[in-house]
Ligand binder design. Sequence first.
Ligand SMILES: [Zn+2]
Length: 482
Amino acid sequence: MSEELGVSVGKEENFSEWYLDVVRKGGFVDQRTPVKGCDVFMPWGFAIWENIQRIADPMFKEHGVKNAYFPLFIPKSLLEKEAKHFSGFVPEVAWVTRGGDEELDEWLAIRPTSETIMYYTFSKWISSYRDLPLRINQWVNVVRWETKATRPFLRTREFLWQEGHTVHATYEEAAKEVLDIIEIYSQIFDEYLALPFLVLKRTENDKFAGADYSIAFDTFVPEAGRFLQLGTVHHLGQNFSRPFEITFKDRDQRVKYAYQTSWGFSTRLIGAIIAFHGDDRGAIIPPAVAPVQAVVIPIPFKGKEETVMEAARKIYSELEYMGVRVELDDREDKTPGWKFNEWELKGVPLRVEVGPRDVERGGFTLVRRDTGDKFFETDLRRVPELLEEIQENLRERAWEKFRSSIMTVEDMDGVKKAVEEKKIARTYWCGDEACEFGVKEETGAEIRGTRFDVDESGEAKGKKCFFCGGEANFVVYIGKSW
Ligand SMILES: [Zn+2]
């Protein structure tokens, strides 16, 4: 089979094909596996996840979260304990019904999420107000038996994530925890992944099965015209502590049910980075999470091969010493042009070219992946500085692109127009489920929620619901999603 390099279709032209091309040819994922929706995260894709973990894990710990590991198998009776939770997840649970030759007495779910198995144990750990708050996180895989079309990183049956679970003495403390986690997630997504988002409170109908309320981080990919959920934070109230009997003796000697939160983000973030930042040449990975931040490519010239290689090696080792994640591409069977294309496809933020002319002039040529700008430099300290500039530029242009995707509209015609133009419709809603289901049925787009970080409800006063024309109570954001 011949190896075809480069993306064969424009991002705007056909997003789905473009995305598949980038993740496959860029070496992020291998989908040639025997089970649909269970992909191989290849080293290049997995390294982004490792970098996200390296950033997020200390932030969680700083907040008092401890890591643990809970079992993969959840007995059916446990999963059933919170009725809404169970009915929310049952359509996508993968079950183990046999062990060896024996039919199991009780089916075991492969964890779709770990509230039930964790809370079963938490009830044994917690007896006094002194045991609170409890903050546990795990970095694990989960399985959700998707029946819809799968898409690498964005919708897969097996994926990796972190799930944080906390237990508190009061409703208010759990609500404060939700705010704290929102703060941490905001920093991770904005500063490090350079991804823009709305912090939305999901509708009653759309919240996590078993939550009091759910807050979601939604980004939006303009070329696809679709929302993409980056992470969620749920206030669980006492919905789980009651069936799981997570109680504690408070200072006043009374035994009370605890309040809980859960929160998570997944390997979908890898897909979000590729989908949002990429261009017609391939992926663009923000320097903060790029597996390789700068690639050094020697450009040999007849008679000057050794001088060029020597200069390239020196630049490589100095950058490495400076703490830059750097790679030297000294493959002899590939031309420099081929290498340029490959590293652009993989999304490396900065290219360092070293040719005979550069060596003569005592420097090197830098090429930015985000802007394509190319310039001669002599000081290697420019490299880490530039990486920071690239990070900031990606972030700024991402927010700009995101903000310009929001269209404020007044009625269904406006919503339809926004959806057709691959925009987010921002409009006014009465709060009635009938209107929520109505717009979904007519356009395939859904109400994603109301702003949680900013109270916009005042603006809805005196406005009419986009769907039924009744009195509006909320400003909502509508769009298609993955
Ligand atoms: Zn309405």
